[in-house]
Design a protein. Structure first.
Length: 422
């Protein structure tokens, strides 16, 4: 029965041409997005508007590029990530928005050739306003990155999501929106350093996710919203040896979204999730989930707060999932129109509900209740280049401690990056 529901949801998503993300706090009304595109600065080619952006991050020296444990043979190297992006927009008759995004990314290392990588992400979407009230959206995407996409990853791994999303909303002139969203994504993982097409990450994590949700967004101030969502998601793993991971989940969340510009920006949500394994002898998850990233600016002082709590599938073939809880705080001091100082701390904990087998020194060790604590400290200046574009210099210290043997890690990074939020 559950597979039948999954198939129906997938077909509905394809019929709607696949569109907007399920994360409720990202929803923007058609009129809000249309006006943002109309005011977007960029190059014009007839009716087509192009908005290029260049991202530069992690330019510097990493003391432990493989995140190897303390006491082991750590490897340091100079690294950089270059990511140019080109977005195209076409507005049609006040009722149609077409978008396309091309985003190649180069991951460079001075000596560690195995870690060098190229990836490319592409997305094409539309939003169509029907009868002045119904907003239909659709998107197809191929998102590919080489990064630590999960807190558990020891180093950068290629993750690729191919699929689409769809949405249909009833919108009022005031900006209130009520509607449904659906999504279908195939997730693939690859250990680029190993060079094998079907490595441990692929066997453990490759899967298809099918999702559907009901959402309500209500404007409370000129550009601020409160929202509530209720959704379902199915997880179907690719390899037969990982079929024991198959599951589904239901969740309900509520939150708020500040304007995209102003003294207060960002969004936050909190809710409850029930994660239900297909195999009855596996332990499920039922509990609080949350996600948010909010920044405040008062005169010469700035503050950014972030939080995330959810469960995630483990790459360890003998573990099922872990609960990942993280918090972040960054304080900024503006010393003038062109200089600010940033200092931040991020802490997190990963807890594993089921016993797992760890190989350490050639011996198998069973860890009943694994817990990994992580902390990151960062500090550095940011120099304004032009407008909201800045160049940042950063020292970053990362530490992980675990009650599982062989997972204590220390890492230092000194480097530079480009930011568009000065």
């Amino acid at each position: 029965m559950k597979r039948t529901i999954a198939s129906v949801a997938a077909l509905c998503g394809l019929a709607l041409a696949a569109a907007g993300p399920l994360a409720g706090q990202t929803y923007r009304s058609f009129r809000e997005e249309y006006e943002a595109v109309r005011q977007q600065k960029g190059l014009r080619l007839g009716a087509l508007k192009l908005a290029p952006r260049f991202r530069l991050s992690d330019v510097g020296y990493d003391s432990n590029v493989y995140f190897r444990p303390e006491g082991g043979r750590v490897v340091g190297d100079a690294t950089a990530t270059l990511s140019p992006e080109l977005r195209g927009f076409w507005l049609g008759g006040g009722s149609l928005i077409l978008t396309v995004t091309e985003n190649p990314e180069v991951l460079a290392f001075a000596r560690e050739k195995a870690l060098r990588a190229f990836s490319n992400s592409f997305a094409a979407g539309l939003r169509w306003l029907l009868l002045r009230r119904l907003a239909l959206s659709g998107e197809y995407h191929v998102q590919s990155h080489v990064r630590r996409a999960l807190s558990e990853f020891a180093y950068r791994v290629r993750d690729k999501a191919t699929g689409g999303t769809a949405g249909l909303f009833f919108e009022t002139p005031r900006g209130t929106a009520i509607g449904f969203t659906g999504a279908l994504d195939d997730f693939r993982y690859e250990d680029i350093a190993a060079g094998a097409p079907e490595d441990i990450y692929s066997r453990a994590l490759d899967r298809r996710e099918t999702a559907a949700a009901f959402e309500v967004h209500y404007r409370v101030f000129s550009q601020s919203y409160v929202f509530a969502t209720a959704g379902w998601r199915d997880y179907d793993f690719r390899f037969p040896e990982s079929a024991w991971r198959n599951a589904d989940s239901v969740q309900a969340e509520a939150g708020f979204r500040f304007p995209l510009a102003g003294r207060a920006r960002g969004s936050a949500r909190v809710g409850w999730k029930s994660f239900r394994p297909d195999e009855p002898d596996r332990r499920g998850f039922s509990g609080l989930i949350a996600a948010g990233d909010v920044s405040l600016r008062l005169g010469a002082f700035g503050l950014a707060l972030g939080v995330n709590r959810d469960n995630a599938f483990s790459a360890n073939e003998t573990a099922y999932y872990y609960v990942d809880t993280r918090g972040r705080l960054t304080a900024s001091l503006y010393l003038g129109r062109s200089l600010r100082l940033d200092a931040g701390v991020q802490t997190g904990v990963m807890t594993y509900p089921e016993p797992q087998t760890i190989w350490n020194g050639g011996e198998a060790v069973v860890v009943a209740r694994r817990r990994d604590d992580q902390a990151t400290l960062s500090v550095g200046p940011v120099f304004r280049i032009s407008g909201t574009v800045g160049l940042g210099l950063n020292y970053n210290f990362y530490k992980r401690t675990s009650n599982a043997p062989g997972f204590d890690v220390r890492r230092n990074f000194v480097g530079a990056y480009v930011t568009y939020e000065f």
